[in-house]
Design a protein around this ligand. Structure first.
Ligand SMILES: [Zn+2]
Length: 475
């Protein structure tokens, strides 16, 4: 992924509460130097390589889109206003069924992430039943083609969706999951062998769907494999009230305590949502160094609740931002997530000194994201020795004018087509506002031609009466 000898000259870099014009040297995929710009430089310091003008541009480390499901792109805008468990029923019934569709939606997810300031994507990847390996291959191929840094965590589970809600004391017949626990773990071994290639920017992660859909044997298998291969761990955690109730019914204690007992938590573990944690759960995340991934748009769309992110930050928990899948958002705009995911919390406390500032949001999205992936010492900062995963924003864009506080306006405004250039590990991926590594026109045409035909939906109707019962909603 490396390119050598690029200099970004005279870009505005946030430092503390102010911004400074800097020259940034990129060598061999990493940042070699960051120097104050005098505005007088005439030739590249290295004597070779390319010079990119940073005049009227803001330079930030690339963000991590720390939780998404790429194939949901095919269902965005589709599913009605429903809570997660019923929304999932529709999602399962309308999933894409061809590996080529997985390729296209991964490409689309990557392009939208790049054009909203992201350089890394965490794809909690839904796979086509019976075509699991082809699904992973398609997503990995897309990320290699576009050149984004990608963490791909195949969504694995060994229970069926109806078993993810509490029984409420009503006996029910549990159907075996189509793929056994052992077969699932064997499949993951194959995925790791075939696709885990950190030197190319492709990282496989162990990513069980969530405790509500996984046996202890599967979760323990995930811990063992991730330890053996130094992989990150990722899962959904207590996204909804239903999941909180389910954990107490299944385990007799919280899902956080349970994951902790199984050794799942740690400083390479990131946990999507974290809406329904207790004080004790919060302390466990803090002491284990686990990362909470905040997905505010999805939490609002599905009525899941507001994750108490300010409390997590005060407890010393690392926090990152995710778009979540595009069927619960319904886009992949990382900047939009930063805006909503910071100002949302202003409604939760009058202590305005605890609110998330635009500069803090940027730091959470870059450094917080990298830390959650075990890369905090080499990704997420514009500093020598860090990977050159960089984004230049065009400060002459009408949506970023007049020039006030560029970071403030980038996060709090509605920036439109402001990403001018992106590098991933020093390689240019976006130039002059366009993704240059893949044929975006071709992607657009392919999405246009493949508009999904949706089958009749059955799962939601089966689940809805029981859901309403356990949530004590009137018939
Ligand atoms: Zn998710």
């Amino acid at each position: 992924m490396n390119a050598v000898g690029t200099e970004i000259r005279g870009a505005l870099l946030p430092q503390g509460e102010s911004d400074t014009a800097v020259n940034v040297q990129i060598e061999g995929g990493a940042i070699a130097a960051v120097d104050a710009s005098t505005g007088q430089e005439t030739s590249p310091a290295s004597g070779s390589g390319s010079v990119v003008s940073g005049t009227n541009k803001l330079l930030l480390p690339g963000f991590v889109n720390a939780h998404t499901h790429s194939s949901e792109m095919w269902q965005r805008g589709l599913i009605p206003m429903l809570p997660l468990e019923l929304w999932l029923a529709d999602l399962y019934d309308t999933s894409p069924m061809e590996p080529e569709m997985i390729y296209l939606s991964a490409l689309g997810t990557a392009v939208e992430t790049l054009l909203s300031g992201g350089t890394t994507v965490v794809d909690h990847l839904a796979m086509i039943p019976g075509k699991e390996l082809e699904s992973v291959e398609a997503a990995v191929r897309a990320y290699r083609d576009v050149g984004i840094r990608a963490f791909v965590g195949p969504l694995i589970q060994d229970s069926n969706l109806p078993d993810s809600v509490p029984s409420g004391g009503i006996p029910r017949e549990t159907q075996p999951y189509p793929m056994s626990t052992d077969a699932t773990l064997d499949f993951m071994k194959t995925v790791i062998d075939k696709f885990h290639a950190p030197e190319d920017g492709i990282f496989i992660m162990m990513a069980p769907t969530g405790a509500q859909l996984c046996s202890d044997a599967l979760l323990e298998g995930c811990v063992a494999l991730s330890d053996r291969h130094s992989l990150c761990r990722h899962t959904h955690l207590l996204e909804t009230k239903v999941q909180q109730m389910h954990a107490y019914e299944k385990y007799g204690h919280s899902a956080v305590e349970h994951l902790h007992q199984l050794g799942f938590l740690g400083d390479r573990t990131s946990l999507a949502h974290c809406v329904w944690l207790t004080e004790a759960d919060t302390q466990i995340l803090a002491t284990t160094g686990s990362t909470a991934v905040h997905n505010p748009l999805s939490n609002l769309r599905l009525g899941s609740g507001i994750a108490p992110i300010l409390k997590y930050r005060q407890a010393g928990i690392n926090v990152a931002f995710g778009c979540d899948g595009a069927a619960s958002n319904d886009s992949q705009d990382v900047l939009e997530v930063l805006k909503i995911g910071s100002i949302l919390h202003n409604t939760t406390t009058f202590e305005y000194r605890d609110w998330i500032s635009p500069r803090a949001a940027v730091q959470m999205a870059a450094q917080g994201g990298a830390t959650g992936l075990g890369l905090g010492d080499r990704l997420g900062k514009v500093a020598p020795g860090y990977s050159a995963d960089l984004v230049l924003y065009d400060l002459t864009s009408l949506s970023l004018l007049p020039r006030t506080d560029p970071v403030g306006l980038l996060v709090l405004g509605r920036p439109t087509q402001v990403v001018d250039a992106v590098w991933v590990a020093g390689k240019p991926v976006v130039v002059d506002g366009n993704v240059t590594t893949v044929d975006v026109e071709g992607l657009t045409q392919a999405l246009l031609e493949r508009q999904q035909k949706f089958p009749s939906l059955t799962t939601r109707a089966e689940m809805e009466p029981h859901y309403r019962h356990i949530m004590t909603l009137a018939d």
